[in-house]
Design a protein around this ligand. Sequence first.
Ligand code: PLP
Length: 427
Amino acid sequence: MWWKKDKDLVWHPYTSLVSERVPLAVKKAKGVYLYTEDGRKVIDAVSSWWVNILGHANLKIAKAIGKQAKKLEHVIFAGFTHQPAVALAERLLKRVVPSTHSKVFFSDNGSTAVEVGIKLGLQYWFNLGEERKRVIALDGAYHGDTFGTMSIGSPSVFNKPFQEKLYDVAFIPFPEREKEKNTFDAFRKELAKGDVALFVFEPLIQGTAGMRMYSPKVLDELLSIAAEYGVLCLSDEVMTGFGRTGKTLAIDYLKHKPDIIALSKGITGGFMPLGITTCAQKIERVFHDKDIYKTFYHGHSYTGNPLACAAANQSIDLLLDHKIQKKIAWIAQSHEHFKDVLKKYAFLKVRSLGTVFAIEIDNGTESSYFSNIRDKLYDFFLERDVLLRPLGNIVYIMPPYTINQKELDKIYLVIDEAMRVIERNEL
Ligand SMILES: Cc1ncc(COP(=O)(O)O)c(C=O)c1O
């Protein structure tokens, strides 16, 4: 039994080495289901950390990867190129990102996609010879686990051991409803200092902070203020991208468009690791220079991997097809109905946007990743064969878009059951 060796050999992400929990051994997956070695069939209600947007083991994506693997599995991406990468760049520029964007840079995960974006944003000013080096981010932000992205992440238990190695970032208040003015005022105050290079944000939903949502109107206003001060904007669409919020990108809800966009997670339908950073022509232009100090020196061994590009090309085509678009709209609608069902619980605050549904449980303690209710709920759901991974006291659903009525109803049902148990103080 191979999985018995896991505890001795494997270091799992975000997991204490003294954790008593035994990871579930997954034998195979199909659609929304994970099949475990001990014979269970678990609904993946969080799309495995938000990546499997089209469900597991999609045959078309598997085929596209297989076909590509027989032709060209990998090639160095400096000095060489290949059709799947060019096709993906064209697809992204024509059908996914704003028309002002003109170039696509490849990396291999969400953190690196954002990291590339930060570096492009900072080097833009370097190349122009302007002293703009500071970055502004939102309180509660999470953008990844590299040093660059940890710096623009709100100070937390995740990045505490490294705080002194992180660069200085100005965090402005998250735009809480009806307190947006505090955010705008703090933003202007920082921008007025004149040394700000870049404003980075998770558009409309801060995922890791607990699916905190804010309106397109507020974000539009932030982008418009940034433009007044000539500051670049980087939209981290790693979580929100590829249909999650009901539109292809969250920024599709906005009038103003960011200069840089980071993409990952859903881009390959969960098949291959891939990060993408796109930028507006305005940025690209500043790098058109023979001066070696003005070249963008960044790359990874797997940059532009053909298998990842082939997966992304197929996944994006499936995503943009009307069948999946209809499913996304249907999930959003179903979430609205479920909101009504949960109205009977006075201790809940419920919110949703597109396919993202979040419930904040007021159990008398601060909202936090380590809220004690988290582990109990995680177990409660898993015992009922539903994978939901609460962020502290926030339970959220982010299903694969291929989910059907029966499967979605099962998720709603176990959540309703859990809320009833909490109401009775029995969890
Ligand atoms: C908004 C956002 N940005 C960046 C990342 C980092 O992505 P990755 O885990 O692929 O490095 C995440 C991961 O959850 C995220 O939610």
